[in-house]
Ligand binder design. Structure first.
Ligand SMILES: Cc1ncc(COP(=O)(O)O)c(C=O)c1O
Ligand SMILES: N[C@@H](CCCC[NH3+])C(=O)O
Length: 429
């Protein structure tokens, strides 16, 4: 099942013709499908609920993947919690309706003010990544007259993921405390008035499409839970992170069926059977990746003796995954190409003054002309949320579709918003 599909010769998002969105909102524009978000969340949540019968399985949506307010509200209404990595994300999660009691605060470098905000808001859990953070959290919470529940994020020294820049679980990466250190930190924390350590967390990387790497890391975590308990510590929670990958390259069906999710859930259930810990999960990409596209318009053709450039109105600042990770996104023309239509190998590029502003090189697409619309598929995760205003390009609009309705959930940034907050120093006219 896919909620972006051709109908009557044009690409639709659910029951909305993308040409209509382009007409009314302009391009480039991110378009998200409520039905896809809902479907993926329910599928995932049900599978994780089966991993520890009788215990709650907490799903904290990793909102860094897509923090559009419409997307967040859709997930909050479905009962999801939120995995956050900054005060800004906590504030936005609260604004979107996630209760503080369902918010987790992860991240390598949390500032004192951010910890204070989190403690005051009464969030569910802080995932501690360094000894310094443990001390700081306890101090801050004590000052506020509170005792914050927290877990230690452990680095399992198992790296995985689609690209070196998105692996996080190897000891070469900056994330988490080491296996050796966690025993000492657990013991130290027992005497701290401002924190109550509830258990452990792990997250090994992103876009991982095989269960083996997770299994290796989770086996280590399970053994660590048992070892800490044997030392007399209380370990009630195990947060297993996110990172389950999605198909980017399937041409006609982007929907990850239950296959990988079920295999993952089955592995977790088997491994954690009888552990008697509350499990937590932090999926990001899996929920929203295939729920979004970036709709863009062809501006110019630039034929060269050796190749043809297709210049579109989106650029690397709007979708930086190809430039940053050599990531692959399917490109679908909005007007459905006729069966057997001739194709041309295009280098699809944006207007930014960087050679890296190239979405793809030598991609075979049906012949296109200025004004035609194309869609970068699978752009719902780490698309808009990673965009910038490089080259003084305003942040693009975001639209949420539901059935035959759509709403602009974030308008395109205005030039006043983009430029208007700058201040000249007093010594210049
Ligand atoms: C701590 C943590 N949890 C969850 C996620 C979500 O990852 P993904 O979008 O791959 O599921 C990330 C990002 O990789 C993360 O750093
Ligand atoms: N932003 C990355 C993945 C990193 C996830 C956050 N730890 C991507 O687009 O694939």
């Amino acid at each position: 099942m896919h909620h972006f599909a051709y109908r009557d010769g044009a690409l639709f998002a659910e029951d909305v013709d993308l040409r209509e969105i382009a007409d009314k909102v302009g391009t480039p524009v991110y378009v998200y499908s409520s039905a896809t978000i809902e479907r993926h969340y329910r599928l995932y949540e049900a599978a994780m609920a089966s991993t520890a019968p009788g215990k709650p399985a907490h799903v904290f949506y990793a909102m860094k993947a897509n923090s559009n307010l419409g997307v967040l509200k859709t997930l909050a209404a479905l009962g999801a919690g939120a995995d956050t990595v900054s005060e800004g994300e906590i504030r936005k999660a609260l604004a979107a309706g996630f209760p503080a009691s369902k918010i987790v605060f992860s991240g390598v470098g949390k500032a004192e003010s951010e910890l204070a905000f989190a403690v005051e808001a009464g969030i569910y859990q802080v995932n501690i990544e360094t000894e310094g953070e443990l001390d700081l959290l306890s101090k801050v919470a004590q000052r506020l007259g509170k005792r914050q529940e927290a877990v230690f994020r452990v680095n399992p020294d198992i790296g995985a993921g689609g690209h070196a820049k998105i692996t996080t679980g190897s000891s070469a990466n900056k994330f988490g405390v080491s296996f050796e250190e966690v025993h000492r930190l657990y013991a130290r924390a027992a005497n701290m008035a401002g924190v109550r350590i509830m258990g452990l967390a792990v997250h090994i990387g992103s876009q991982i499409r095989e269960v083996d790497a997770f299994e290796a890391a989770y086996t280590k975590m399970r053994d660590l839970v048992l070892a800490l308990r044997a030392e007399g510590h209380r370990v009630d929670r195990l947060d297993l992170g996110g990172g389950l990958g999605i198909p980017y390259e399937v041409p006609k069906d982007f929907d990850h069926g239950p296959g990988l999710i079920e295999a993952y859930a089955g592995m977790v259930a088997k491994l954690m059977q009888g552990l008697d810990a509350e499990l937590g999960f932090e999926p990001g990409r899996l929920i929203v990746g295939n729920a979004g596209i970036l709709l863009t318009k062809v501006l110019h053709l630039n034929p060269r003796p050796t190749k043809e450039f297709l210049v579109v109105d989106a650029a690397m600042n709007d979708l930086m995954r190809p430039a940053m990770y050599e990531a692959y996104h399917e490109i679908w023309p909005v007007a459905e190409p006729a069966e057997g239509a001739k194709t041309i190998a295009y280098d699809v590029v944006g207007p930014i003054c960087e050679s890296g502003d190239t979405f793809t090189a030598g991609r075979e697409l049906s012949a296109l002309k200025p004004g035609d619309l194309i869609a970068f598929m699978t752009a719902g995760a780490y698309g808009a949320s990673m965009s910038s205003t490089y080259n003084q390009r305003p942040l693009v609009a975001e639209v949420l579709v539901k059935g035959d309705k759509f709403a602009v959930t974030r308008p395109r940034q205005t030039y006043e918003e983009l430029i208007g907050t700058d201040r000249a120093p007093p010594w210049l006219p």
